[in-house]
Every structure is written in C-alpha cells, then in structure tokens.
Design a protein around this ligand. Structure first.
Ligand code: GCW
Length: 694
C-alpha cells in the first residue's frame, strides 16, 4: 500500500524478521474497568492493532469489569492496561507489584513479569504507557524493562492558529503549510472530524494533553451557539485520546458578540458575560482545558484599551475558569508597533515584553500561565532567551515554541528544530546568581510554580503529510518528547522517529540523522548570521530573502545596517538597554563585545563590517562564507536523500525529494541575494571573489 504519511510515526510497520519474536509477544490485552470512551480502552485497542501489524500476530482486547479473573481462559501472556487504582483491585494480593510514585499523566511500564503491566496514574497515563510500549516494540526492542515515566510539566499543549473563515469559506491555518484546518470550514466546525481524531491520536502518542484549536488572532464567532456545539464535538473526538480542548479568545467579544457597550475587564456586565459563556462551555465540555489570550498585540484589543493592566485582563478569564478547574494562558507576545521608531537609537521591540509585564508579577491569579515566546522578538533563526523568564517568579510560565517553521523555510526547507529548542531550554539565566535554566523555570522547580510548561505552535493541516513535509514531522515528535522530558536527546529522538516513520535500516537512520542535524546550522548560514535574525521578507509571507524589508518600519526587527556598520546596540551603556533586562551575570556577558557569544554578536552590538571575529574572519567575510557554506550543505540534501531510494516507498520518497531539490535551489537564491545586498551596502569585496556584484 502507498504510504501517505498520515500515520506518521504510528505506522506499526512489520519489523524485520518478525518471526524471531514469536513467543515473546503477548497474545491478549486486558483492559481494566474502562468505559467505552476511556483512554484506557483506546490504549488497549491501539495495542491490539499495533501488535497485529508489527508482528502479524493477534492480540485481542478483553475487558475486565471486576470479579474473578484469570481462570481457564487466561492466556499464557497478557498485557494489563489500566490505572494504578484499578490494578489494585485487579491484582491478587500475593502477586501485586509495588508501583513507583507517579504524578498526573505518568505511567509505569513493566515487561519483566508474566504479565506486561501498563499502569497510568490516570486513564490518560495508561494510554501514554501503551504508546510507549508500542514504540519499543515497533523499534524491535523486546528487552525486559520496568520503569515509571512522569511528565515534567502539566501544560503540554499544542496551539493551532486555525481560522474559522478565510475569504468567507475555507478554514485556513495561519502560518500553516500543510493544508486547511482540521477543525473549521466555512466559519463553523467541520461536520466530519475524522482527521481531528487522527491528529489527537498522534498527539497523545507523544504526551500532548491539550490543543487550542483556533487562532490566537481570534474572532468572537468561535463563541456563538452553533460553534459552541461544534467545539463540543471536537472535544468528543479528542477525549478518547486524553486530549483536552482549549480555545483562543477575542478580548472584545462581549461587545462584538454579546452586544454590550464595553469590554472593560472590570465592568460588572463584562465579568458576568464571560462567566456565563464559560459556564456554557463547561456544560458542553466538562473537561475543557481553558483559554489562550492574545491581547493588545498586533491590532488585537485588550485590557490596555481601557487602561487596565494585562493582569486584570488575564484574571477576568482566570476567575471565570477557576470554579471549573480551567487555566487561563495569557501570551507575553505583547508589543505596540505604533510607538517605536528606528530613528530613535534607544527604541527596541525586544524590550516590549519585560516593559509590558513590569510590576505585574504578584498580580496574576494562580490559574494563570504566562506563555512566553522563546526569544524577545519572534521565532527567528537565532535569538537569545526572552529575558521575561527571569522576571516572572511568582507567576507560572510556559515557553512558546514554533513547530511550524514560519521564519525557517516553511517546511519547504528541512530544518530540524530540536537542537534550537534545547539551546533555549538549557540556557541558564542565572537568576540571583543561581542555576536558572529555562527548563527549570517552566517546569516549576526554579521558582516553585508547578503549573507551567510548553506551548507548541504546530500549524498542522489536512494535507496527508500534516505539516507539508514528511521530514518535518520529526519536529512535532521532538516537541512532544521535550515537553515530557526536556533532557531528551536531539539525536536519540530523531533516530527513534526515523525508525518508526521510515525504516530500521541503519543507512536510513544515519542519512536522516546527518541531514537533519546539519539543517538548522545550514539554514542559519544562508539566512542571517551573528544574531541579525532571519533576513526574510517580514512584510509579506515571511518566506525568501529580503533584508531590506526589516529596516525603516515600525515592526522593530531592525539590524541597522549602513555603509560601514551593522547590528543593534542593545547595551545599557550606549544602546537600547535590552542587555540590562537580563540578570546581572548574563547582562554583563551581553554588555561587552568580548563576552557576547558570537552567534548573538549583532543582536547585542553595533559594529563595523571590518570587526574581526575569533575565527580571524571579518564580520562581512563571515557573512559571505556562511552563506556559501550553508547553501552548500543544503545542496547535499537531495543526493543524500536519493541514496535512500531503495529503502523508502515511492510516494514519500518522491514528495520529499521534490521539496529538497527546490530548497537546495532556493538556498542559492538566499545566498546570492543576501551576499549581493551586503556587498552593495558595504562595498567590501569577498576575499574569495565569489560574490558577483563587483
Ligand atoms: O510571528 C507572528 C506571526 C503572526 C502571529 C503572531 C503571534 C498569530 O507572523 O502570524 O499571529 O506572531 O504570535 O501572535
């Protein structure tokens, strides 16, 4: 059968020499006390389907509802799946295993005994355990193991930027490159949610526990009564996978939809309106996860419209959600493009988040999470960590990562993002001169805020590849794995994913590893170096080279190039003061040219093109070289992929090859446009005489 990519890493392809495993694979699944729509039963069915597909051997589900167990029909080997609580009543006293401590959504997997045990702290955890066991089997791993696995954070969310309407008809996905919305069509929830359920399955298999289905640039119509019924149907198809539903809100909804005269967050009628609508949602969706709010940013209304604080805005929703146990996720991506001006040396969009949240740290309710983009600007190819992570200490925070590579080639280019994300997560902000990695802040250990985590902007659509490219799915996979355990290794995740998605053949694993691990540095090489950001067209589409588009406009993605110098001076001493938003040790490092990491040199400093780097190259020569080197790497990808032809099914092979060939050419366009641009601006020739515009 043709591989469309729709099952991604859950293909359960027959493994090489499956017969060797006969006798080691259980022949029955016992699902403990599970109701029809329970994630436990989903897990049991997944095991039945997976084992028969991987090993060609049947493994039927039996449901245990209490009472005598075992007896004559008890097969030689079973998998027992359920919650720890159900297991206590199931297991005979003498054979009961002691289970290590589990947190919410955690599971225990034990293949050492007569029965394989897959026990969740809750039903969702049991499902996660089933996926873990299947992932091992599908990789041909039948070693005896017994361990508990607990997620580090409770917020492991996906954000979809799906529009209800696009030109009046089809639901589009903002910054999505894999087709139309899985959820919306013509302003309403789709009648057929088959793909939404398949998406939930993929997400559950990597530990995602909630999806915000509509765009943060929200529209009040999501809350009309037709759509409330519709979103309840989405929640229904998510529920068997343990995925909760969340919604983005339009701050002015009380006025736009409710016909009130105001949307002031302190107004009684507004408070009542949000309380009522929230109650209505919970009537339809009792396990509703909560709201995601983009306010006072890029034209969206918000509390500042009424001179209220961002905290007052967030708490409006938090209060309405609190009785139901819901969470208000409030985005820190707040900036005002009408108040900054490139002719003012000290103006800086990178300062916005800390400025806007200044003084609010003790103002947020406990069920508010502030969701912070990893860098201070906007998902660029290289950014320092957002300084806001070090300012919010009494407030729970989550880190917003972009799985859909808006500024990084839009899934036409291959860019494996786990290494970028890990640099962010591992970065130590040294708050109060103590270890303070971003991961320790969002997982709550650093400031003792247990309700934090991860948001991944996925951009999945109804294309059969989900994201627009088969190889890009390693990013979705790695995102889920990192949200579960931020110490997961980039190469190990990639190789497990490759095995599950494509093949067990070492050649395939090695080649995809080599391409993927080289991909982010290559993209950085030919798009924008030394921290000047992705030099793409920021006014239109964010695709392809257009360095000029970043300057002389109020969007603040400037790099201030003139005939002799380049870079943003973000020092306290002479610049925008942004370096001073970091805790003292980090601030001191960024303040000086000598101690700023070179890959962020021009993020923090304004320097002559002739400034000499540690490598001995000048800045301008480094640009030229990096663009040649990066695009040369991208040009090896098609032939590397072609070497895998014998191992990969025709459809996925051809679809991916098409993209890689195109991307290789596009990397040359990048190289030449940027190099020529800087040659024209600086009039400094390439020492190697490759840049043509002389
Ligand atoms: O990066 C920018 C994107 C917008 C997006 C915005 C945001 C949803 O270009 O498309 O809007 O960020 O994160 O709110």
């Amino acid at each position: 059968a043709a591989e469309t990519g729709i099952d991604a890493w859950l293909r359960y392809a027959p493994i090489p020499e499956a017969h060797k495993y006969a006798g080691q694979i259980p022949t029955q699944v016992v699902a403990l006390n599970s109701s029809e729509l329970s994630p436990v039963l989903t897990g049991a069915k997944e095991l039945e389907q997976g084992i028969s597909s991987i090993f060609g051997q049947s493994c039927k589900v039996n449901r245990w509802h209490g009472g005598r167990r075992g007896g004559a029909h008890r097969p030689a080997s079973s998998i027992v799946i359920g919650t720890v609580a159900e297991y206590s009543s199931y297991a005979a006293k003498d054979s009961k295993k002691s289970i290590p401590k589990l947190v919410n959504d955690g599971f225990y997997l034990d293949t050492t005994g007569r029965e394989v045990l897959i026990l969740g702290s809750n039903e969702r955890g049991a499902l996660y355990g089933a996926f873990e066991y299947l992932s091992l089997l599908a990789q041909g791993n039948v070693t005896k193991i017994a361990y508990a696995s607990n997620p580090e954070v409770p917020i492991r969310w996906i954000n979809q930027w799906d529009n209800l309407r696009d030109g009046g008809t089809h639901g589009s996905v903002e910054r999505g490159y894999g087709g139309k919305s899985l959820f919306f069509w013509n302003g309403e929830v789709r009648p057929d949610l088959t793909r939404a359920a398949q998406y939930a399955r993929l997400l559950a298999s990597i530990g995602i526990n909630a999806v915000v289905v509509n765009n943060v640039n929200a529209n009040e119509t999501i809350l009309n009564s037709t759509n409330l019924d519709g979103i309840a149907r989405i929640a229904d198809v998510f529920r068997p996978y343990g995925v909760q539903l969340g919604l983005s809100l339009y701050f002015a909804s009380p006025k736009a939809l409710g016909a009130l005269t105001t949307f002031d967050p302190l107004d009684q009628s507004v408070i009542k309106w949000w309380t009522n609508i929230t109650d209505e949602i919970y009537e339809r969706v009792p396990d509703f996860a909560g709201y995601l709010v983009k306010a006072n940013s890029e034209g969206q209304p918000g509390p500042l419209t009424y001179n209220r604080t961002l905290a007052q805005g967030a708490n409006l929703f938090a209060k309405a959600l609190q009785p139901h146990g819901g969470v208000c996720v409030f985005r820190a991506f707040v900036y005002d493009s009408t108040t900054i001006n490139e002719t003012v040396w000290t103006d800086d969009r990178a300062n916005a988040a800390v400025d806007f949240f200044d003084g609010l740290d003790d103002q947020f309710m406990d069920n508010v999470v502030v969701q912070i983009k990893y860098g201070p600007i906007d998902f660029q190819v290289r950014e320092p960590v957002s300084p806001l992570f070090s300012h919010l200490r009494q407030t729970a925070t989550s880190v917003e990562l972009q799985i859909t590579p808006e500024y990084l080639g839009q899934n036409v280019h291959l860019v494996y993002l786990a290494p970028l994300w890990k640099e962010i997560l591992d970065f130590d902000l040294r708050v109060d001169r103590a270890p303070s990695t971003v991961k320790s802040i969002v997982n709550g250990t650093r400031f003792n805020n247990p309700l934090g985590g991860f948001a991944g902007v996925a951009g999945a659509g109804n294309n059969q590849t989900w994201l627009g490219s088969h190889l890009a799915m390693s990013n979705l996979y790695a995102y889920g794995k990192l949200a579960w355990n931020a110490d997961a290794d980039s190469v190990e995740m990639l190789q497990a994913w490759t095995k599950l998605t494509f093949s067990h053949d070492q050649k395939v694993i090695d080649t995809i590893t080599s391409m993927s691990m080289a991909s982010w540095p290559a993209y950085e090489g030919f798009s924008g170096n030394l921290g000047i950001q992705t030099l793409t067209n920021i006014l239109n589409g964010h695709y392809g080279p257009d360095p000029q588009s970043q300057e002389n406009n109020p969007y603040g993605q400037w790099y201030r190039a003139d005939a002799t110098t380049i870079g943003m001076d973000r020092t306290v001493n002479n610049g925008t003061g942004n370096a001073g938003q970091y805790p003292p040790e980090v601030a001191a490092a960024y303040e000086s040219v000598d101690t700023t990491p070179e890959n962020l040199l021009l993020w923090f400093h304004h320097l002559p093109y002739t400034h000499v780097l540690k490598s001995g190259e000048t800045i301008i020569q480094h640009f030229y070289n990096a663009h040649y080197n990066g695009s040369a790497v991208s040009n090896t990808f098609p032939s590397q992929w072609e070497s895998l032809k014998p191992y990969i099914d025709t459809q996925r092979y051809e679809e991916q090859l098409f993209r890689l060939v195109y991307a290789a050419g596009h990397s040359l366009v990048w190289r030449d446009s940027i190099n020529n641009y800087f040659f024209n601006v600086s009039s400094i020739a390439d020492e190697q005489h490759r840049v043509l515009n002389h």
